[in-house]
Design a protein. Structure first.
Length: 230
């Protein structure tokens, strides 16, 4: 019961209607900026939530519907969760996706295929359990993390420049976001990291993300809160 159903119109058109009319494109609404609030029956850790999401997105294209639409929905879901509503709306518009209820939980493509996303890919539950990595649990271990030291390039979207840092394989994404903040003044909460098409969570370590040395991590910088328009 993944909630990922890509099916054509459930109710066929009447004799005088075209298949396009049956999609009710006129009912398309703008994407609502609010993230859905929900509570998991079984509390999840951040790692379990990421695994659950990865499993959904890996299997979603196997359902009916078009892979490019699933990809667009995935990108829009990431953008919306991280507060970039304008980017999420642009992705939806660019893919000609209709939202009859203004939410990514139920949408249609221009051919009438239906796509349904489970709530857990759109937002974290209110009872999410914080899972602290071993490297963070040791208090002062922030300054003396073990592990190999490797160079990694960070491509900063706000400047279109690469920042090269020597990091340790046991460093967490959050720790390195703070280093970028020290270097460039970009607050950690405004940074979204992508590597190999995957959004990297704050508690993920470099070695767990399997980032090889000298590879480029995309750092998408969101506007400052004061710059956003609602």
């Amino acid at each position: 019961m993944g909630g990922c159903i890509g099916s054509n119109r459930e109710n066929g058109p009447s004799s005088g209607e075209s298949s396009e009319a049956a999609v009710s494109i006129g009912r398309n609404q703008p994407l609502k900026p609010e993230k859905p609030k929900w509570k998991s029956e079984v509390p999840l850790t951040d790692g379990q939530l990421r695994s659950k999401r990865d499993e959904f997105w890996d299997t979603a294209p196997a359902f009916e519907g078009r892979k490019e639409i699933w990809d667009a929905l995935k990108a829009a879901a990431y953008a919306l969760e991280t507060g970039d509503h304008s980017l999420a709306q642009a992705i939806i518009d660019g893919a000609n996706i209709s939202l009859p209820h203004g939410t990514l939980m139920d949408s249609y493509d221009e051919l009438g295929n239906r796509y349904q996303l489970p709530v857990y890919v759109l937002s974290a539950p209110t009872n999410l359990i914080e899972d602290i990595s071993e490297s963070e649990a040791g208090g002062d271990s922030e300054n003396q993390s073990p592990g190999l030291e490797i160079p990694i390039k960070f491509r900063i979207s706000s400047s279109n420049k690469d920042l090269k840092l020597y990091v340790r394989t046991t460093d967490t994404v959050l720790k390195l976001k703070k280093r970028i903040c020290d270097e460039m003044g970009i607050e950690p909460q405004r940074q979204r990291w992508f590597f190999a098409g995957r959004l990297l969570g704050d508690k993920l370590r470099v070695e767990d993300a399997k980032i090889p040395k000298s590879y480029v991590v995309q750092v998408i910088v969101s506007p400052e809160i004061g710059d956003k328009t609602t």
